[in-house]
Design a binder for this molecule. Structure first.
Ligand code: CP3
Length: 344
């Protein structure tokens, strides 16, 4: 039996519904855990932690030890790709990421054609350490940001509420913007393949900002680049298991699933359940979609919300998750309550 056949998380991605859905959480390694805060304080900066293989492996494993999740996600960030492209990337405490803005065609002309994957060697090393430490039933997820979402940070140089700088650039200078996207597509394919080679069992493509685009722009800048990444990865690893997370895609989810060929789609808490069941879960597995705020709330509101996710999606292929990352102020007891309720 192939090793992956023993992992409920991989079985769902392969088309087999599980009676008890596998469960993990986006951003499960993070500031809500005291053991993460301890390592984080020792490591120096956030990127220093990402690029320290032993410590990155340690924080990846912390939530697995504490909660027994069905999948670990390698501790890194989507902005390591701009870093490997030679862009300046910094994380300021309490302010989020800072990059040198790439906001006009003259700057884009200086962009490196490919990421230097040698700069990401510590991520691959961390994956190999984690793979060696996990038991056979726990899957290991590698990831990258979707080109659109990574480009929003590269263009603006920081996070914004609506990604206006990247949207403006895509309208004003579509050729220059397409060049950024092309470089990110090629780099992401190589990066994801290297993560599979280092020990990842599955991959997730985070398109956190997909939902700010009108449908035609969504097709061009979110769906199509993701389709090319899936195709590029499968050209070398035909059975690669890939989850797409086009946050906020709503009514555009069926088209995204159809065009990209992902094995599963991660949905946020605003998705309409009957629509998702009929138009999405009939084709691929669904991952999600508890509101991270109800996980902060806890109590009977949390129980009801967990039951709703199960009632909405557990009759089909489901990976239980949040609709987006866990918030730092979330009580650990609420995570335990959620897992107990999912596993019955
Ligand atoms: O899920 C996991 O546990 C794996 C690790 C992971 C991180 N970032 C660690 C992180 C993953 C999968 C990401 C993805 C990521 N990074 C996304 C897409 C998913 C999403 O959450 O929307 C985006 C948009 C980023 C970019 C990014 N990284 C921002 C905007 C920030 C600052 C906001 C914040 O939460 O602080 C980060 C920093 C970051 N990435 C932290 C962690 C644990 C917090 C840094 C710290 O510990 O100080």
């Amino acid at each position: 039996m192939p090793q992956s056949a023993k992992k409920p998380f991989i079985d769902v991605l392969s088309g087999q519904r599980q009676t008890i859905p596998p469960v993990w959480m986006m951003r499960q390694a993070g500031r809500y855990l005291p053991e993460y805060r301890d390592v984080r304080a020792k490591a120096g900066g956030f990127l220093d932690l990402c690029f320290n293989p032993e410590l990155a492996a340690e924080v990846t494993l912390q939530p697995i030890r504490r909660f027994g999740f069905d999948a670990a996600i390698i501790f890194s960030d989507i902005l390591v790709i701009p870093y490997a492209l030679g862009r300046e990337v910094r994380f300021e405490v309490g302010e989020g990421p800072r990059l040198e803005p790439l906001d006009d065609p003259a700057k884009v002309a200086t962009l490196a054609p490919r990421a230097d994957l040698g700069k990401l060697a510590p991520v691959f090393e961390a994956l190999t350490i984690v793979r060696g430490a996990l038991d056979l039933k726990t899957a290991l997820i590698g990831f990258c940001g979707a080109p659109w979402t990574v480009a929003t940070y590269m263009v603006a140089g920081h996070g914004t509420p609506d990604q206006a700088p990247a949207r403006m650039m895509a309208y004003r200078h579509p050729e220059a913007f397409a060049k950024i996207i092309d470089v990110l597509v090629d780099s992401s394919i190589e990066y994801l393949l290297a993560q599979l080679a280092a020990g990842a069992d599955a991959l997730q493509i985070f398109d956190t900002w997909a939902g700010v685009l009108p449908p035609a722009e969504f097709a061009r800048w979110s769906t199509e680049p993701t389709r090319r990444i899936v195709e590029g990865v499968r050209a070398r690893v035909p059975d690669a298991k890939i989850i797409g997370f086009p946050r906020g895609a709503g009514a555009l989810l069926p088209g995204y699933v159809e065009a990209t060929g992902v094995n599963a789609v991660s949905i946020d808490w605003t998705a309409e359940p009957a629509f998702v069941r009929e138009r999405v879960q009939s084709k691929v597995a669904v991952q999600g979609n508890l509101d991270p705020l109800v996980l902060i709330t806890g109590g009977s509101a949390l129980d009801r919300a967990v039951d709703d996710v199960l009632a909405n999606f557990a009759q089909g292929r489901l990976i239980f998750n949040l609709g987006h990352g866990i918030q730092p102020e979330t009580p650990i007891a609420h995570v335990e309550q959620m897992i107990r309720r999912v596993r019955g």
